[in-house]
Write a protein that binds this ligand. Structure first.
Ligand SMILES: CC(C)(COP(=O)(O)OP(=O)(O)OC[C@H]1O[C@@H](n2cnc3c(N)ncnc32)[C@H](O)[C@@H]1OP(=O)(O)O)[C@@H](O)C(=O)NCCC(=O)NCCS
Length: 154
């Protein structure tokens, strides 16, 4: 793939369309090793077509080629928190990385969160995922005043 520069004007960021979905599924499967077709169709219906101001599912494209995506929503009063934006999916095609596209995707979804009236964005990441951590730190994200908890319930 000739991905070029992520900041190039021939790459645009826009809401996902149905015709993008197969490429998003393939990109996620290539990165995570698991193809989750039903999951992505469900997300498309909830965030892509009926998203409104609160839900955002965006793709970075050059022509018909999907180079990356970002997904997130505004959650009101969950976890005892005032309304804020959550980013829960962000990927850039391996051939298109480190040219600014991930930054553009995050900046664009943050614009959507601002339009929805929130001024804080959060995400959750695996402790050992240094790539994602480096990326979010570079964008100005800091450790939040919340901690995740879990237990086995077999
Ligand atoms: C994290 C990710 C989205 C970054 O996308 P990107 O387009 O490469 O990001 P950018 O080019 O905008 O990089 C912005 C900053 O992030 C940091 N960064 C990006 N890639 C990095 C790397 N490989 N190592 C260290 N820091 C990195 C740098 O600080 C960079 O700024 P710089 O270019 O001035 O050094 C991309 O690497 C990716 O998709 N990774 C896999 C994500 C994943 O596992 N998704 C599935 C679960 S959601």
């Amino acid at each position: 793939m000739n991905a070029g520069n992520g900041n190039s004007p021939d790459i645009s960021i826009r809401p996902i369309a149905a015709g993008d979905l197969d490429q998003v599924i393939a990109l996620d499967a290539a990165i995570t090793g698991i193809e989750k077709t039903d999951y992505w169709y469900e997300l498309f219906h909830r965030y892509g077509t009926r998203g409104g101001d609160q839900r955002h599912f965006l793709v970075g494209v050059r022509g018909p080629q999907v180079l990356g995506y970002v997904i997130g929503d505004v959650r009101d009063w969950e976890f005892g928190s005032a309304p804020c934006g959550w980013v829960f999916g962000l990927s850039v095609h391996p051939d298109a990385r480190q040219t600014g596209l991930g930054s553009r995707l995050l900046a664009t979804i943050c614009d959507g969160f601002r339009r929805a009236g929130v001024r804080t964005v959060r995400t959750l990441l695996a402790r050992d995922n240094n790539l994602i951590l480096s990326f979010f730190r570079s964008q100005g994200m800091m450790a939040a005043p919340y901690i995740p908890l879990e237990m086995e319930i077999e």
